[in-house]
Design a protein around this ligand. Structure first.
Ligand code: F6P
Length: 548
């Protein structure tokens, strides 16, 4: 994409931020809070039911002002508009980026290559709703006339992580008589364990793949067909036990799935932005069309907020800028995402693809190399489990790890004191990270002097707290879109293409080359490096010995 914006590090806001960083890098949160008793109220933003507290960050009002200026100077506003207008902002794949159209309400119009994609989206949603209701009401029967009880989504990456995360997140709203499983890994154990206790006559496979050529998914899909036919014997059974979600009707038909049972999506939906497209079919079957539409509404509310709100009140923009502040000025390498909500246990794994496949790039849109850091590593676990695992490092390690704490006011399973205890822990962790515990405070507890350094907490460790009312489908949609647009905000400023993923190609191609080398018994003239050659020979020799 041709852009008239000067190089990022030459922007006046960037240079001002560099100078500003030197002034504020050693500021202590303790002092900042002491100097401004209202900081915990003023450094917050609230929109569409999300309360965002960013006061426990190593920032001043001036930091925010300069970060906002950076967003403006980077052309963020026009890039947001370009995305929503359906311009081909995925430059290296020459594609529009229109996941926002997946949640646009009926009647809205967004054009891509002259076609109104919102109309297409709603036609597919209606088809998904009809099918989901049939499965949920036992109207969709298997080949032998038994109703479907088990749904297995076969997919990987964006065709798996979104569906698994959403199923887990919204399990509270799911039809409990139905069993949902997700098979992604090419490791046969994944399929074997998912199907071990299931009756083929009652099992439906959803083969989810944008391309319908992905090695893992197609291998698992063929294994699924063999597994089914072992019991049902008749290839005609495939029609009742397999549906597809894809952009590639040719490959779907080749596999033997009736394209009438294919749920379409489009090349303007990136894999990691597809969980609210037909890729969410398993989600819709689990929670029902009404709840699914409520989730889409949540996404849409955040889209509208992102598109229209002033940057200083714009949650995804603020979140993206804060992440950039640590990444590019403090040299931070990783960010922890810590949902204090058990149903969000797969949220960090989902975010890993969203953030790292999107912004793990070292080449800019114009093909030149960046001379600054791009996407940080995202990781995390639900609270309070993480507290008994890696929080030691966040509190006292040598690395600065900004955290996102995510909590809900109302629990979905109200059990005695549990929820207050959970939230008390979340608030306490953010407090402990920010303010630590001084050696004087430790000393006051009659701690022997030699233990002081061990029991002291430096504090000054930043975090955001994101608070919502209740984990509903709508709230989940808002939360995911918050991160989607925060990723976009950062990608725009770093001038990278957040919507391609060339970095996954080389490994795939090399695996294709090695597969026949492993599958033949012959001792081939291997042409890899000496390590790879040796590993292949070693594997084959050991396999022969072990297999007898
Ligand atoms: O790992 C790369 C990738 O292309 C992801 O971006 C995508 O979500 C995943 O593979 C699965 O692709 P598909 O849906 O085409 O099977």
């Amino acid at each position: 994409m041709k852009t008239s914006i000067p190089q990022l590090t030459k922007l006046s806001a960037w240079q001002a931020l560099e100078a500003h960083f030197q002034k504020v890098k050693d500021l202590q949160l303790r002092k900042l809070f002491m100097d401004d008793p209202k900081r915990g109220e003023s450094m917050t933003a609230e929109a569409i039911g999300i309360y965002f507290d960013y006061s426990k960050h190593r920032i001043t009002n001036e930091t925010i002002r300069l970060l906002l200026q950076l967003a403006e100077e980077s052309g963020l506003r026009s890039r947001i508009n370009a995305m929503f207008r359906g311009e081909k902002i995925n430059v290296t794949e020459n594609r529009a980026v229109l996941h926002v159209a997946l949640r646009a309400p009926k009647g809205e119009s967004i054009l891509s290559d002259g076609e109104d994609v919102v109309l297409q989206v709603h036609a597919v949603l209606d088809k998904m709703a009809k099918f989901s209701l049939q499965v949920r009401d036992s109207g969709w029967k298997g080949h032998t006339g038994k109703p479907i009880k088990n749904i297995i989504n076969i997919g990987i990456g964006g065709s798996d992580l979104g569906p698994v995360m959403a199923y887990e997140a919204l399990r509270h709203y799911s039809q409990r008589e139905l069993t949902f499983r997700f098979v992604s890994n090419i490791d046969g154990t994944d399929f074997a364990e998912a199907t071990m206790d299931l009756d083929a006559e009652e099992t439906l496979f959803i083969i989810s793949s944008k391309t319908f050529t992905t090695l893992e998914t197609m291998t698992n899909a063929h294994t699924a067909r063999d597994w089914l036919l072992k019991t049902l014997k008749n290839p005609a059974a495939v029609a009742k036990h397999f549906v597809a979600v894809s952009t590639n009707s040719g490959e779907v038909a080749k596999f033997g799935i009736d394209t009438a049972n294919m749920f379409e999506f489009w090349d303007w939906v990136g894999g990691r932005y597809s969980m609210d497209s037909a890729i969410g079919l398993s989600t819709m079957i689990a929670i029902g069309p009404e709840n699914f539409r409520a989730m889409l509404d949540g996404f849409h509310q955040m889209d509208e907020h992102f598109r229209t709100a002033q940057f200083e009140r714009n949650l995804p923009v603020l979140m993206g800028l804060l992440s950039l502040w640590y990444n590019n000025f403090f040299g931070v390498q990783t960010m922890a995402v810590l949902p204090y909500e058990q149903y969000l246990k797969r949220f960090p794994a989902y975010l890993q693809q969203l953030t790292m496949e999107s912004n793990g790039k070292h080449v800019k849109l114009d093909g030149t190399k960046v001379d600054y850091q791009t996407g940080p590593i995202y990781w995390g676990e639900p609270g309070t489990n993480g507290q008994h695992s890696f929080y030691q490092m966040i509190h006292q390690g040598t690395k600065l790890i900004p955290c996102d704490f995510i909590g809900f006011v109302q629990p979905l399973n109200s059990l005695g004191r549990h929820h207050d205890l959970l939230l008390a822990n979340m608030f306490a962790q953010a407090e402990a990270l920010a303010f630590g515990k001084t050696s004087q405070e430790v000393l006051a507890e009659c701690t022997p002097e030699w233990l002081l350094p061990h029991k002291t907490f430096e504090g000054n460790r930043p975090s955001s707290t994101i608070l919502l009312e209740r984990l509903t489908p709508e709230a989940l949609g808002k939360l995911i879109a918050l991160y989607e647009h925060s990723v976009f905000t950062q990608g725009v400023i770093w001038e990278i293409d957040s919507f391609d993923q060339w970095g996954v190609e080389l490994g795939k191609a090399l695996a294709e080359r090695i597969i026949p080398e492993l599958e033949t018994g012959a001792d081939l003239q291997l042409k890899h490096d000496s390590s790879t050659n040796n590993l292949i020979r070693r594997y084959k020799r050991s396999r022969e010995l072990l297999n007898g």
